[in-house]
Ligand binder design. Structure first.
Ligand SMILES: *Cc1c(COP(=O)(O)O)cnc(C)c1O
Length: 374
């Protein structure tokens, strides 16, 4: 089977560098908030062009802590795309706020600025919740249109801030700026299958505002301030482990070459499958991090079965729009209110995408996909 992700192949390829980094942590023994955490945070902020970074325990924790630090809570509406991984909305519920689902753009599958404007207007008109925050997601690695979303969010009596859920888009860019420098606050995940993945769970929050970063540092450390006294009432234990930071430092050294390889594979897929399915957009001003290569096609399940028969692993991200999940059903808008997200959930299919695919495997995926889609 040609694997969807290359987690184990990558670990084998980078084994010597990973072993050396991990051995150093074993030697100094600073397993929590050891020197590798600060070293990784500095490297990360520098890579992204952000003011600073704070390492946390997961992508979910990055979103959760970012919302806690903005004092988002009960009675607040947080606008989130209807088509994304569930953690985006889950973090909103965890701070006691209410996610409001916004439909996505039919080309990019990222939050549609016009749909955001409509959703903000509807919440204001209804008057039950206070519009407070926007979370945009860079789906499958493609940065959202932060300029347009930011302009919509800033309209009206109380401007809303935009939090970037960049769990899938580390290394992507837009108009010459990297993910991490596109929004005032950016949440990253280092779950092993993400573009920059650790050897377990991890995440980070990038922010220019040093006062916000200080709050993240307290909140991730069970709420303790720099003086050791409790500064935040609701701080979880959500630090980035030193061992994960060490592994991520080794992986960051290899990142640009891996991203270039994923870009090359995406271009090859694009040329081979043109006209056979709806393909990920290639916009002149936007560079995807290619976390996934997700096509949309009719008879998706039949296409998937044919690919499996041909030895090609695929996955469905995501089988339902957020309000289609049992945990969020009570928040669903009227039927048919999210047409793009609903259609996408029936048509998406993700193909193998990682730097350790061989040329022969890439060609085999294309041949099998062309046959299945014909
Ligand atoms: C993976 C992911 C998350 C959550 O990250 P974890 O590290 O698994 O907690 C959040 N949002 C999106 C869009 C993701 O893809």
């Amino acid at each position: 089977m040609i694997p969807l992700f290359g987690v184990q192949r990558q670990a084998t390829r980078l084994r010597a560098a990973l072993d050396a980094r991990i051995a150093r942590v074993m030697d100094h023994g600073g397993f929590v908030l050891g020197p590798e955490v600060a070293e990784f945070e500095d490297r990360l902020a520098g890579y992204c062009g952000a003011g600073g970074a704070v390492g946390v325990g997961s992508g979910w924790s990055a979103l959760h802590i970012a919302l806690l630090a903005e004092d988002v809570g009960p009675g607040d509406a947080v606008f989130a795309p209807a088509f994304t991984f569930t953690a985006t909305a889950d973090a909103v519920i965890a701070v006691g706020a209410t996610p409001v689902f916004v439909d996505v753009d039919p080309d990019t599958l990222n939050m549609a600025p016009m749909a955001l404007a409509r959703a903000m207007e509807a919440v204001r008109r209804e008057g039950r919740l206070t519009p407070r925050h926007v979370i945009a997601v860079d789906l499958f690695g493609l940065p959202a249109d932060y300029a347009a979303l930011g302009a919509v969010a800033a309209e009206g009596p109380a401007p809303l801030r935009v939090l970037a859920d960049a769990a899938q888009s580390f290394g992507g860019s837009r108009d010459g700026a990297r993910v991490g420098a596109l929004a005032p606050v950016t949440a990253l995940s280092f779950y092993p299958t993400k573009p920059l993945g650790g050897l377990g769970d991890g995440g980070a929050i990038l922010a220019d505002d040093p006062a916000l970063r200080d709050r993240y540092r307290s909140i991730r450390n069970c709420g303790r301030g720099p003086d050791g006294l409790q500064a935040e009432p609701a701080g979880p234990t959500a630090r980035l482990d030193t061992l994960q930071a060490a592994a991520l430092l080794a992986k960051l050294d290899a990142y640009d070459a891996e991203l270039a390889r994923r870009r090359e594979i995406a271009a090859f897929y694009g040329a081979a499958l043109e006209g056979l399915a709806d393909l990920p957009p290639r916009e002149a001003e936007t560079d995807s991090a290619w976390a996934l290569y997700t096509i949309r096609c009719d008879d998706r399940d039949a296409v998937r079965a044919k690919l499996a028969e041909a030895g090609v692993a695929t996955a469905i991200y995501y089988p339902a729009p957020l309000p289609g999940h049992p945990a969020f059903r009570h928040l669903a808008p009227a039927a048919g209110a999210l047409p793009v997200a609903e259609a996408a959930s029936r048509r998406v299919l993700s193909l193998p995408m990682h730097a350790d695919l061989t040329d022969a495997e890439v060609e085999a995926v294309c041949a099998a996909a062309r046959a299945a889609l014909a």
